[in-house]
Design a protein around this ligand. Structure first.
Ligand code: FMN
Length: 382
């Protein structure tokens, strides 16, 4: 049997074989690895999909190096994903005079008293060790303008904005032959992004891993597609195999953006303990909360969720809450308190039973989608 054919207009637009993108996943917290590192990007792009680098945890220079490393390993198209929260884009980039990193333990001392006292109380009660992570002050998230400029200089084929509207950079990106993709969790923002001339929109449903909104994928996709028209939409949130891909295409999506399934591959950047939690999870084992970043995000359930809920603390604005959560999780990690450790993952975790190479995941997804669309569904109609 020859190679299966699964082509949509997305394939022509991006110069790829299959309409499947691995999501641009950054680290869940400071000090962790990015979820979508160079290896995953290269594996997915080489297999005929399009891999997207999760660059939100990198410094600007690390991101540039990673882009060049991808180019050294593949000549296929790829993407880079950054977080562009509106409040950061509206300001100038952070100026870094002096040290380029600060100890997290010092930053935690500057949190509101209630949060710092909570951290100290838990540390004492659970006998947790000191933390030693250094926080880069020149990360892509606090230097959005410089980061975008580097992506433009490097002519990244697909620029993706995880948070915020990338409309401000679309014209320059187009002038450099790039495509721009925005991500939304509701139809209002899908329309807003379409109006700002992005090329593609990812509509991500409530069940997805990482930052996520209130609307479920099945309800969101047709509404986002209508709102964004004529800008094409990719489906995301809860897609883990060919059944999810076929459903998204049936709804009118031009392709899919898959996070958790690619995170839990050999090349995916999740820590081993996180991959294990995904493999062992059922469909009910994630929680959406403000705990990790101050914005609603979905992670696998762990006892830190209970501590947070019982604390009565208000979430701090993004990215200050990230400092709080990162300090707590680093302490849990060092103390081996695995019950209290979790990271971003979607409800689709329950479907994932094995860590495989990303190429295999992609090939199986394609084969299953083709089988459904070619053999199963046509039987239902005359
Ligand atoms: C570990 C992890 C990290 C993520 N980090 C980012 C990020 O930095 N930028 C972004 O646009 N989306 C991020 N996301 C969301 C994904 O891009 C994607 O939309 C989501 O995973 C899709 O849902 P699924 O997990 O059900 O496939 C992250 C998701 C996970 C699981």
């Amino acid at each position: 049997m020859g190679k299966p054919v699964l082509r949509t207009e997305l394939c022509d637009m991006l110069g790829i074989e299959y309409p499947i993108l691995s999501a641009g996943m950054g680290p869940s917290l400071i000090g962790e690895r990015t979820g979508a590192p160079v290896e995953l990007v290269v594996a997915v792009s080489e297999a005929g999909g399009l891999g997207v680098l999760g660059a939100s945890g990198y410094t600007v220079e690390q991101m540039r190096d990673a882009i060049r490393e991808i180019r050294a390993q593949t000549d296929k198209p790829f993407g880079v994903d950054l977080l562009l929260p509106r409040q950061m884009v509206m300001m100038d980039d952070a100026v870094v005079d002096g040290p380029k990193q600060l100890p997290l333990v010092e930053i935690v001392k500057t949190l509101p008293k209630a949060h710092y006292d909570f951290y100290l109380k838990v540390k004492e009660e659970m006998n947790l060790p000191d933390i030693d992570t250094l926080v880069p002050l020149d990360s892509t998230t606090v230097r959005p303008h410089e980061s975008v400029n580097v992506c433009i200089e490097e002519k990244v084929p697909l620029f993706c904005a995880g948070l915020g509207n990338p409309g401000f950079m679309v014209e320059e990106a187009h002038a450099n032959g790039m495509k721009v993709l925005g991500i939304t969790g509701n139809s209002k923002n899908a329309k807003r992004m379409a109006d700002s001339k992005v090329d593609l929109i990812v509509a991500q449903g409530h069940e997805g891993g990482g930052h996520t909104g209130r609307v479920g994928t099945l309800a969101l996709l047709p509404q986002a597609i209508d709102a964004a028209a004529p800008v094409p939409v990719l489906g995301a949130g809860g897609i883990g195999d060919g059944r999810g891909v076929a459903a998204a295409l049936a709804m009118g999506c031009v392709g899919v953006w898959v996070g958790t399934r690619f995170l839990a591959t050999e090349e995916g950047g999740a820590l081993d303990i996180h991959k294990k939690k995904i493999i062992e999870a059922t469909d009910e084992d994630t929680r959406r909360s403000y705990l990790y970043t101050g914005k609603t995000s979905r992670a696998n359930y762990n006892r830190f969720h209970d501590l947070w809920e019982d604390s009565g603390l208000e979430p701090l604005p993004f990215p200050t809450q990230v400092m709080f959560a990162s300090a707590m999780v680093e302490s849990f990690n060092k103390a081996g308190k695995t019950d209290y450790i979790g990271a971003f993952a979607g409800q689709v975790s329950g479907l994932i039973k094995e860590i495989k190479p990303a190429k295999e995941v992609l090939e199986e997804m394609v084969e299953e989608t083709v089988d459904i669309l070619k053999n199963k569904i046509p039987k239902y109609v005359a």
